[in-house]
Structures are given as C-alpha cells and as structure tokens.
Design a protein. Structure first.
Length: 686
C-alpha cells in the first residue's frame, strides 16, 4: 500500500540523520525506490563494515522492499539478538511483517511498541497502518489522529488517514450505510481538496444508490486534465446507462474512445474500449459489438475484460451458455473476481440452472460480504421459490344482463427448485338479472410442476368442478397438462391438454358443456425487439361440437423502460356446428386488431400496466364491426412479503354470447409470501 511505502521513507529519514556520509549513495537509492541497487550497495558496504548497525538495518530494509520480506524479517530478528531493546531495530522488525502482509503478527508487536513509546510518531503511525490493513478502521482512525497530534502537518500521517477513511467508507458502503460512507469520503477533502481517489469512490457511491446526477457532477469534478476527462467520460457513460439513457451513454462512450487515442496509457485505453463496447450492447448494436470484441480479442487474447464483454453479449442475446463459459474463464484466472462470480450467477439463472446460480451467488458473498447486488440477486431467487398464498377476487358484468362474482385462492409450495405443488379453490356465482337464472361453481384443484431439465417443465393440474343451478347439480373432473420447453435461444414452445367445464354464465353452467382443449403455442423473440406469438387450439365438446382456434400476434418493443410494446393481432375461430341460441359458434369468425401495451414503475414500490387494442371483427358473411378492448392495473408492494394488485378490463369482442357483446371485469389480487425464504434454503447453504 502507498502508506507503507511512505512510512518506509519516513523511517529512512530517521536513519539517515545518524548515518555516515559514506552511505549517502545507499540512502539515496532507498529514497528513490531502487531497492535492488540499494541491496547490492549495502551488502558491499557490510563486507568492509560488518558491525555497522545502520548499514545492517538499511540492507535488511532493501532486501524486504525488493520483494523478500521473510528474509528481511530473519535479518531483523538476528539484529534483535544483538540489540534487544534498540528502537530502530524493533520498529523495522515490526514493519517487515507489514511488507509480508502478516498483519495479525504485526499487531501485538506494534501494540507493545506504542505502550513502550506512546509519544513516538513512527510507532503510533505504524500501529495505525497495521490496524488499517486488518480493516479495523475505527481503531486505526483513532491511532492516526494520535499520530497527527504528535506531528500535525506530517504528510505521511495525513496520507495514512486518507486511506483509512477510504477503506472505512467502503466498509460502510458494503453494509449499505451510505450516509456514513459519504461523510467519510467528504472528510478526505479536508486534507486533500478534490482528491482523485476520494472523487472516484464518491462517484461510485452515487452510482450504487442511483444518485445519477450527483455521480455525473462528481466525475466532472474529477476531469481536471485531458487524461482524467477520459476516466470521467467512462464513468458518466455508466451513469447514463443506470439512468436508462442508453443513447446518451453511447454518445459519451464514443467521445471517450475518440479522445483516448492521444494517450499511451494501455490501461485507460482498455477501460475506454471496454465501456464503449458495453454501450454498443446496451443499445442492442450486437453485430457491431461482436465485431469489435473479436478485433479486441485478437490484440488482447486471454484477458478477463474481453471474457466479460463476451459474456455480457451472450446474456443480452439470449446465449446463456456462452456467458457461463466466459465467466468461468474469468474465474480460472481470478477466483475472487466480482464480475466473474456474480456474472456467472446471473448467467446460470438465465440458463435456468437455479441451484448452481444460488451457489455462485453464495460464493460472491463469501468473497464480498454483504455486497448489495449479490444480496439482491439472492433475494430475487428467493422470491421465485418462497411459498405463497394468493387471493384473486373479481366482479364481472355484461350487456347480456349477466353478472358474476368469483374468488380464487391459490397456495403455491416449491419443495425444491425443480418441484412445485399447488392447491387452489375457485368459487364462482353467476346470475342473469332478466331470466333470473342463477348458478354457482366450486372448483378444487391440486397441481404439480416438475422441471426435467433447465427450461423443460411439465405442469399438471387435476381437480373437480361442482356446479349447482336451481335444484340440480353435477360434478365433473377437470384436468390441465402443459409441457413447456425452450428448444432454441429466444424461443418458447408449449403443448397442452385441458379438460374444463363451461362456467361463463348460468345458462352455460346448466347445460354442463365439457370442453377438451388440445393446444400448441410458440413464441419467437429476436435480438432486434421484434417478436411473434402463435396459438393453435382444437376443442372437442360434450355436445358433439368442435372448435378450431388460431391466434397470432406480431409485436415490436418500442421502449424498454417503460416497457412499451405495439403490434397487430389476428384471430380465426370456427365451429363445426352453429348453435347461436345457446352460445356464440360461427362457422367462420375473424378479428384484426392493433394493440399497445405499456408497463412501468410509478415509484420504487408501485408498478402499473395499461393495454388497449382496437380493430374490426367479421362473423361469416356479416359486415365488419369495430372492436375495442382495454385493461389497466396498478400493483403496490406493501412489504417484501405482501403485495396487492387492482385491475379492470373491458372488451366488446365476440365471446360466449354473440357479436355486440360487451364485458367488464374489475378485481383485486393479494399475494403474501408465507415464509421469509424458500423451504429448501437451509439445505442450499449447507
């Protein structure tokens, strides 16, 4: 550390005051940091002056500072046998343990020294450095203050205090005590106005807490030279990305890339091209990013920052396996890499390898205790597998004089990351206010979900539907089986079979119409925000009728935040037999519509969604009629474990009755996580 080098120079001056002029050249070599040459000089000097204590100390220091701290410790230990109570020998002996990073060994030695020499500046400052290296920042800060009481203008002590404050601030930031962390960073400016290290740490803090404007202003303060302005632009580009201004992030990163060519600083050039490539990825310019990554890799093979870029590109383009491979390459070179560990966790999650994702996150937290992003990632996983109960209640009415109330209670238990069980109970009561017909349904379901392989899931739900109307009642078994898989990147496929009983209104419940649905759905995503969803369904009914249904949607994502999607839908419907007096069953029905869907955040705890669609429908040979449907909802997170959602729907699309049908639904959903963590969480941590 810098403060240790400064402390070494401080000791050198204390020695040089009493040294012979014949050793002046050696002292100069130590002062200039030419430790190898200093070692040779003092070794030669000792051949003619073997008993010179100062030369022996300087030789041992040169040995230790040139990369052999253990040998230096042994030399000082031998000197202690000759000079057991000599202050200079003792303090150099102590410092040799700092060179070797044996801070626990050094701590009691310095503690004894400050007890014996409480007013000795070098001893007090050395103890402060030792405590700082042990991350005992509170005590270190107290001892460096004592050193400054002994020498208030000592630059070495002020520098030591700076690094203690930086380390202490980082500790508070990791513990999410951001106010205290910011306060310590601001205190650095008392000794060193506009200190570069403090400014970078302060900007990073503001990025963590999403104070984007403060972060950008801090980077601007940092940019006092042309070279520093490159670092500032790189930081500002990241700030713009966190503020969801990716276009501005790319403009800023491009400016940094253009200007960095003037400097022959390899590290700065790499950082700048790294940020520019990231900005390309953020802006979905994947082909250009890949071309640049390949070019950079040719000139910088087997480098971690290249692996990280390849992994990031893999995640953004749905190629999780590529991302995992590159994060593992990072960890092979640096097992403690934060980007490697947490990046791998995210990639494993994207690949639907949940247990390994947990393990990678735990590994990150072992290396970076209480790290905010890693904790958030674990919390995200936990929320997906924590047992919960959800209550969904709603009221519907239509222009056919039907009204209904329903309540659906669902309990979900994840017994592992691969096996999930559900129990639900639905109660629905419906009435026609003109005919007076009333009916109600009780549906009790039990289900299971099993993941055979990542992104290959079987869902099965089995239960009973008990319906009552006037004085009659019946009970029918119901079944729902779905097989879901992702055959290729950005593609989702499902095959399904469902047996259900019509319960839309009282008339349909009375007729006990059982439907057997055979379904197929396919969703294709792309890296350029275009998507295509298709559903095919064939239905056999207990009244001997059959139905064919096709629904297709082509959509485009205009914005990511808020998530704005627009598209066109086409629906085709055909029944074998037409029974219009009982339910809507045309020989041929088509609907075309344009839709828009937007979802976003009102605040940190409040989200919203709004969708609307309009177009026309055509029934057999009838004239086209206009259609419109809409849905809106607001969800509020009352706590980490409890949320509520209020919504409303309206549609005039032909449904179970006929064209001209208008339907409205309003409802509320309540969700409560039953435990703080998944049931299997303790086993994961073992």
């Amino acid at each position: 550390m810098k403060q240790l080098i400064i402390l070494s120079i401080c000791f050198f001056y204390s020695l040089s005051l009493t040294a012979q002029n014949t050793m002046k050249e050696g002292f100069n070599l130590l002062e200039l940091g030419s430790f190898d040459k200093a070692e040779v000089f003092f070794l030669d000097f000792l051949k003619d002056n073997p008993g010179n204590k100062t030369a022996q100390i300087c030789y041992a220091r040169a040995v230790g500072l040139s990369g052999e701290p253990k040998k230096a410790t042994q030399l000082f230990k031998e000197l202690l046998q000759s000079y057991p109570n000599d202050f200079e020998v003792r303090i150099n002996y102590n410092e040799s343990f700092l060179w070797a990073k044996q801070y626990l060994t050094a701590k009691p030695l310095y503690a004894k020294m400050v007890e014996d020499y409480p007013t000795n500046f070098a001893a007090v400052l050395g103890y402060a450095n030792t405590l700082s290296n042990l991350k005992e920042y509170n005590s270190a800060l107290k001892w460096v203050e004592k050193a400054l009481e002994l020498d208030s203008n000592n630059r070495s002590a002020m520098t030591t205090r700076k690094y203690i404050r930086l380390g202490y601030a980082n500790q508070f930031i990791n513990e999410q005590s951001y106010i205290r962390g910011e306060q310590l960073l601001q205190e650095v400016f008392t000794d060193f106005p506009e200190d570069k290290d403090a400014l970078l740490n302060l900007a990073n803090l503001y990025l963590i807490i999403k104070e984007v404007e403060k972060a950008k202003n801090t980077y601007k303060r940092f940019a006092t030279t042309s070279k520093d302005s490159i670092t500032a632009l790189n930081g500002i580009a990241l700030a713009e990305h966190l503020d969801e201004n990716n276009k501005e992030a790319l403009i800023t990163a491009k400016k940094a890339k253009k200007n960095v060519i003037r400097f022959k600083d390899v590290e700065l050039i790499e950082q700048t091209y790294d940020r520019y490539t990231q900005a390309l990825i953020w802006n979905a310019k994947y082909k250009k990013a890949k071309y640049l990554i390949d070019s950079l890799e040719n000139h910088n093979p087997n480098r971690n920052w290249i692996f990280s870029l390849k992994a990031t590109l893999g995640l953004y383009t749905g190629r999780a396996k590529t991302a995992i491979k590159n994060y593992e390459a990072i960890l092979q070179k640096d097992s403690a890499s934060f980007d490697g560990n947490l990046g791998k966790a995210n990639a494993l999650f994207a690949a639907d390898k949940i247990v390994p994702a947990y393990q990678a996150a735990f590994r990150t937290l072992e290396v970076y205790e209480n790290q905010k992003d890693a904790l958030s990632f674990v919390e995200k996983l936990n929320s997906s597998y924590t047992p919960y109960i959800e209550e969904h209640a709603g009221f519907t009415f239509d222009n056919g004089n039907n009204k209904a109330f329903f309540s659906n209670t669902n309990i979900n238990l994840s017994l592992s990351t691969r096996f999930k069980t559900t129990i639900s109970y639905l109660y629905r009561t419906t009435e026609n206010t003109v005919t007076g017909n009333k009916a109600n349904s009780h549906v009790l379901l039990a289900g299971m979900e099993y993941k055979f392989f990542p992104k290959t899931v079987l869902k099965t739900v089995l239960g009973l539907n008990n319906s009552k109307f006037i004085e009659d009642a019946y009970t029918q078994p119901v079944l729902d089986i779905q097989f879901l898989l992702q055959p290729f990147a950005l593609q989702n496929l499902s095959l399904s079979y469902q047996r259900e009983v019509q319960n839309f209104n009282a008339d349909l419940i009375e007729r006990e119409i059982v439907q057997n649905h055979y379904g197929f759905t396919y969703n294709l995503g792309t890296t350029f925000d275009l998507g295509w969803y298709t559903q095919l369904m064939y239905t056999e009914q207990s009244d001997a009728n059959t139905r064919k249904l096709m629904f297709s949607s082509l959509y485009y994502k205009l914005l990511k935040k808020p998530n704005l999607k627009i598209g066109i839908n086409y629906q085709y419907l055909s029944f074998k037999e037409q029974v219009p007096d009982i339910y809507f069953s045309p020989e041929k029905y088509q609907a075309f519509e344009f839709f828009a869907d937007i979802r976003g955040n009102i605040s940190e705890k409040t989200t919203y969604m709004l969708s609307a669609a309009t177009g026309f429908q055509k029934v057999e040979q009838d004239s086209k009629t206009a259609i419109f449907r809409s849905e809106a909802g607001v969800q509020y997170q009352l706590s980490k474990r409890f949320s509520t959602n209020i919504y409303g729907k309206y549609s005039n699309i032909a449904s179970a009755t006929a064209v001209g049908f208008e339907f409205t639904e309003i409802g509320i959903k309540l969700k409560w996580l039953l435990t703080k963590k998944p049931l299997f969480y303790k086993k994961l941590r073992q």
